[in-house]
Design a binder for this molecule. Structure first.
Ligand code: SF4
Length: 700
């Protein structure tokens, strides 16, 4: 990191921004600007009532990342073999010429669909993240079926409500019981804890948490409910069983607002706490206590996270947990209801950013999570089309974060595959690229963000100059478009013009107004947010019986065993069940210091996280002859990973937790944790079951 002399306090300017990282909190930031090139501390904006002055530690020390000595500064061309890490510096024009030439070559050989623009959420800025679509739409390159993150969770939520929106997240502070289910906001999206603990201090509210290990959030909960991975549906069913059994179901609400309450009650008769306990590993008394707490608390706010949906039955689990709020009628009360994400409230028209007018539905869409199978020529994954011969990658690091890593590595090792990576650091994906281009961070370009976990649209203006020769995503896409003969109005516009255009088309004001006001509060009125004017279906009724293939979700096709999905909330046993060969279930939960593979490079995160470990129950460890700190091997049919054991009694027997994502190079044998995760498609619309892995473990 550069050594910086801090100017006197009165000379430090504060710039306003928004956190661009892949975290639903999208915190409003106050950034110290020390000079035109240098930032100081980053704080949460106090005047934003969701961020409320709090950000996570890794972003508070963002200067460590922004001014890191390892930032990519110049375009590079690989001169050694793939993975040799031998590059030479070249000029931007030469680099862009080579990329364009290779994309055109691929197009000539196997058609436009043999080029795959591949991106993801390294930035959540709408201009810098989504502009790549404009290039692929105009050029008819293969489409990107985005599956790695939200699909099971969002489809499970929309299966009930009909859209992705819920009670105002700030209402958590007015709740009497906040249920934090399958997310660890002490590690990620810290603001959930801000509002939940506010309710506890001001109103004596209780916090209940459901998770697969005793993480930081579970430790702070009044009632931690520890389950085995992939069993949340069983827990939810048993809770609803108790609510019906004990007269805590709100029948007036159920009759008015739900589709099949009597069928649900009858269906749940056999799903009692004893049944659920055998599946979840949770004691019957804890399930009863959880149900009692929910049944006795009208203002219960269900804050439903992503983690518990990253399972082959994830969408069904999300829908089952969501259904509890409909049984109690918690939606009727301020501080009650459910929330997962606010995607559907913003109504943003991104037509110029994404070039949607050039979209051709006949062009194939390739599943992001199946990149290993795609690059290795799996016909099903290629959807019967040509091979992928060229990748243009922005904001993502599939060699580390994508499932089925062995296959991903094999794919990237192909000599006939051209890869360009536009990145901030030399990631493991960049290391195997032919051309590496240096990218700006969010502080070095203009962009706009919308909350996932809240209701604000926020501006993130350029605050400092980019170092070296870094260029932003939009400029690189536009420069490539010019060389590729791709024409669209959006390529000729600046990021600020694109932002202004989107706001105007969306009837959300103008860029000038957003600059003056810093953010736009898009919170729908109470009646709408709580679905008191009906859920988002023609009859207005919450669906206990979803029509899974027809759930409103942006997906080009259904995936996985969608026809076998449960008719009513249930434990859907399609997970990788432990067996004699693989007696353990592994979840790869997020580490506090990393965000996917972002922050892998910062010294404080590395120091705090220490080394890749796997948590194992002491009794399981003893049976395997494993002591704390031992090197162990985890394995399944997809591969093997070496890391160190950490004995921990905050997991159920038979469950392993490997907090992630460490770089592959941090593991003893260079194989990262995603060597063990599968890329088979999750129903109903794809996804990656990162927490649903059967494995064996032995001492190395
Ligand atoms: S909590 Fe999430 S959104 Fe907020 S600063 Fe940290 S990573 Fe960014």
């Amino acid at each position: 990191m550069n050594q910086t002399v801090r100017p006197p306090k009165q000379a430090i300017r504060i710039g306003h921004s928004a956190c661009p990282h892949d975290c639903p909190s999208t915190c409003a930031l106050d950034v110290e600007i020390l000079d035109a090139h240098t930032i100081g501390r980053v704080r949460g904006a106090r005047d934003n009532d969701y961020t409320a002055g709090v950000v996570c530690a890794k972003v508070a020390r963002y200067a460590e990342r922004e001014h890191h000595a390892d930032r990519l500064m110049h375009p590079l061309q690989r001169v050694g073999g793939k993975g040799s890490r031998e590059f030479r510096r070249i000029g931007w024009d030469d680099a862009l010429d080579i990329v364009a030439e290779q994309l055109l070559k691929a197009e000539t050989h196997h058609g436009a669909e043999s080029v795959w623009p591949y991106y993801y959420a390294g930035t959540m800025g709408l201009v810098m993240r989504d502009g790549i679509h404009r290039l692929r739409h105009v050029k008819k390159y293969s489409g990107f079926h985005s599956t790695i993150c939200v699909n099971p969770a969002w489809s499970g939520f929309a299966a009930g409500t009909g859209k992705i929106a819920g009670s105002d997240p700030r209402e958590m502070a007015k709740s009497d019981l906040v249920v934090i289910w399958g997310t660890n906001p002490v590690n990620t999206q810290v603001n959930v804890m801000t509002h939940a603990t506010h309710a506890r201090k001001e109103r004596g509210a209780k916090i209940a948490a459901v998770d697969v290990y005793m993480n930081g959030t579970m430790a702070q909960a009044d009632l931690p409910v520890l389950v085995k991975p992939g069993t949340d549906g069983a827990l939810a069913c048993a809770v609803m069983h108790c609510l019906f059994r004990d007269g805590k179901a709100d029948w007036a609400y159920l009759d008015k607002y739900t589709d099949a309450p009597r069928e649900l009650e009858a269906h749940l008769k056999t799903r009692d706490p004893q049944w659920a306990s055998a599946i979840t590993g949770t004691p019957v008394e804890t399930i009863e206590e959880f149900a009692r707490l929910i049944g006795d608390t009208k203002r219960t706010y269900f804050r439903l996270g992503y983690g518990f949906a990253r399972s082959r039955n994830g969408a069904a689990n999300m829908h089952a947990a969501l259904s509890i709020a409909a049984v109690t009628g918690a939606w009727q009360y301020e501080g009650g209801g459910a929330f997962h994400n606010n995607n559907d409230i913003f109504g943003l028209n991104k037509s110029l950013i994404e070039g949607t007018d050039a979209f051709d539905p006949k062009v194939r869409m390739l599943d992001q999570s199946r990149i290993g199978a795609i690059l290795t020529g799996d016909r099903d994954a290629l959807r019967g089309g040509p091979p992928v011969d060229a990748l243009f990658i922005q904001n993502t690091n599939p060699l580390s974060v994508a499932p089925d890593q062995t296959l991903v590595k094999r794919g990237f090792a192909r000599d006939d595959l051209f890869v360009c990576v536009h990145e901030q650091f030399m990631t493991e994906t960049a290391e195997v690229a032919d051309i590496v281009l240096p990218a700006t961070t969010f502080l070095e370009h203009d962009d706009i963000y919308r909350g996932g976990g809240h209701q604000y649209i926020m501006l993130g203006p350029k605050l400092v100059e980019p170092p070296g020769e870094c260029r932003n995503n939009h400029d690189v896409v536009a420069a490539l478009a010019e060389r590729l003969g791709a024409e669209h109005e959006g390529f000729g516009m600046s990021p600020r013009e694109l932002i202004d255009d989107m706001l105007r088309r969306s009837k959300r004001g103008t860029l000038a107004e957003l600059e003056a006001n810093k953010w736009i509060d898009c919170q729908p009125p109470f009646e709408k947010a709580h679905y008191l004017d009906g859920f988002n279906w023609p009859d207005g009724k919450f669906r206990f019986k979803p029509d899974w293939p027809k759930v409103p979700f942006r997906s080009p096709y259904t995936s996985g065993p969608v026809d076998d999905m449960p008719v009513l909330p249930d434990h859907w046993n399609v997970v990788e069940t432990a067996d004699a060969e693989h007696p353990f279930r592994l979840a790869t939960s997020p580490a506090r210091g990393f965000l996917n593979s972002t922050f892998n490079e910062t010294p404080t995160s590395q120091a705090n996280e220490k080394r890749p470990t796997v948590m194992i129950h002491p009794d399981d460890a003893a049976e395997q002859g494993i002591a704390d700190g031992d090197e162990v091997v985890l394995g399944n049919r997809r591969g093997e990973v070496r890391l160190h054991a950490k004995l921990f009694d905050g997991v159920r027997r038979g469950v392993l937790i490997a907090e992630s994502i460490w770089p592959n190079s941090a593991y003893v044998d260079g194989r990262g944790i995603n060597t063990l995760t599968g890329a088979d498609a999750v129903a109903p619309f794809g996804g990656a079951a990162f927490h649903d892995n059967k494995v064996w473990v032995r001492k190395a």
